[in-house]
Structures are given as C-alpha cells and as structure tokens.
Write a protein that binds this ligand. Structure first.
Ligand code: AMP
Length: 257
C-alpha cells in the first residue's frame, strides 16, 4: 500500500498473506492510509500479487531497547552500534543527513558502509523492501514475547520484519531508521551482532522528518541487494530473544561476553 498527498509520501506498508487473509489485509491497509498521523492522503495505491516463488525462510532478529533520553544521546548510541558493525564515521554522517532531510523518501537510501557514498539507483524514491511476512505460528509466538516487554505494536512488528529480511542478506552490514511519523520518536539500528535495537527519543515529538538507510558492504552487488530487498519473498518462521530495556553498555557486554 502506498498513500500520498500530491507529491508527498504519506505512508506505505507491505506484507505476505494467505488467500484467506487478503481481504482483511486490504481493509487494514486502507484504514491505515486514511488515518496516518502525517495527514490525509489524496491518493492510495494498492497492489496485490501472487507469489511466484517459495519464500526463503528466515529467523527474526533479536529485539532490544536501550535506555536513551535525548536525540543527542540517541545519535551516539546509533553511531556506536553502527561502528561495531563496521560502518565508518563518514557513512554514519551520510546516514544522519538522510534521516534529517526535509523531504522524506518512500524507500531507503543505500550507503556504502566504508566509503559512505549514496549508491541507490533512484535517490528520490530509495529502495523499498517488500515481500516479507511472518508465518501464523511465529506471529503468535512473537506477539506474546513482545507483549511481555510492552511493545507488541504494528510499528515494532513491521520494522522487525523489514530489518530481519535486510540483515538476512550477508552484504547488508546494518540498517538505521528514524520514523517519519511525527508521533513516533523511537528509532533503531539493526545489525547481525546485536539484532534490532530500539533507540527511544531519537527525535523530538512533532517532527515529520525521518528515513531509512541500508549500509551495503563496499564493492558488493547493488543490483543483487536491490533485487533481493524489493522482489525476493522472505518469511519469518522463527524468532530470537526479545529482551527487556537495558543500558547500551549492558547490551554491548552481553553480546560480547
Ligand atoms: P516508517 O518507519 O514507516 O516511519 O518509515 C521511515 C522511513 O523509512 C520512510 O520515510 C521511508 O523512507 C523508509 N521506509 C518505509 N518503509 C520502507 C520499506 N518497506 N523499505 C525501505 N524503506 C522504507
């Protein structure tokens, strides 16, 4: 689903559904398009396609939330996690520029992890990850585990699904996201080492700026990565640990020890 007002992107969402689930999913997407905090859409595009290949089965990333009380601290945390994954300082700076830009994109920017270059083919649109779903059994296991930490909401589940698909590709080093929803101020960094790490207060409430960045290994195939993210179906069929809120140091120590 893609909702826009004039040239402006309002919201978008995607999923994998069984035949029986499609009608309900369409209704839910329409409702979301019409009630987004970024305002009312004047154009809604829905497309439904039958999968032509069997989805690749993947494991959901571990979920953590680190304590953070300001955008400044959030940026330090994000830079630390990205640095641990091998993302250079220049690439981190390039990513901050993307998520602070006045104009939001429909998809994500792709930045080379070492050289820090923007390399996605269409820089206005970005790369839109699609064809990702969670099987029914895993959906309920995940919902229960997330509920225990008080984060069983659609935003977390969709972000976790997108990040799990992206990081399942070895050439994607990390992902960084700041929501463009003015009411949602929790961003995240996803890496294979630490999983999907939520960072509260990454931006001030009321800001409609945000964005997403994939850091690609320098020299890796961009076409291959874009094709995988946009077109290859993936299904989450197992989950990892869903952790409680903790300090960044605790998270770093836990995974390193
Ligand atoms: P959201 O977390 O939905 O507020 O999205 C934040 C930003 O991430 C958007 O402004 C887009 O640039 C980007 N984005 C949203 N959905 C996707 C997606 N499926 N694939 C890649 N980038 C996305």
């Amino acid at each position: 689903m893609r909702a826009s007002r004039g040239e402006e992107h309002i919201s978008g969402a995607e999923g994998l559904f069984t035949d029986k689930e499609v009608e309900r999913a369409v209704r839910d997407y329409l409702k979301r398009a019409d009630t987004h905090p970024r305002g009312r859409a004047d154009g809604i595009h829905l497309s439904i396609e039958k999968l032509r290949s069997t989805p690749r089965e993947i494991t959901g990333l571990a979920v953590s939330t680190v304590k953070c009380d300001s955008p400044r601290r959030a940026h330090t945390i994000a830079a630390t996690l990205l640095g641990e994954a091998g993302v250079s300082d220049i690439a981190v700076r390039a990513a901050l520029k993307v998520v602070r830009a006045a104009k939001t994109m429909r998809g994500a920017a792709v930045i080379s992890a070492t050289r820090g270059r923007r390399i996605e083919p269409d820089q206005r649109r970005g790369v839109r990850t699609s064809r990702i779903g969670v099987d029914k059994r895993t959906r309920s296991v995940l919902a229960r585990a997330l509920a225990r930490q008080g984060i069983n909401n659609l935003t977390v589940k969709e972000a976790l699904a997108l990040a799990s698909k992206a990081l399942a590709l070895r050439t994607v080093v990390a992902e960084f996201c700041v929501s463009d929803d003015p009411d949602y101020t929790t961003g995240y960094v996803a890496t294979r080492q630490y999983g999907y790490v939520r960072i509260p207060n990454i931006k001030a409430k009321g800001t409609a700026r945000g964005g997403r960045v994939y850091f690609l290994k320098d020299g890796a195939s961009l076409t291959g990565a874009v094709n995988y993210l946009e077109s290859k179906p993936a299904l989450i069929t197992s989950t990892s640990e869903i952790r409680r809120v903790m300090d960044l140091d605790e998270l770093l120590g836990r995974v390193n020890s």
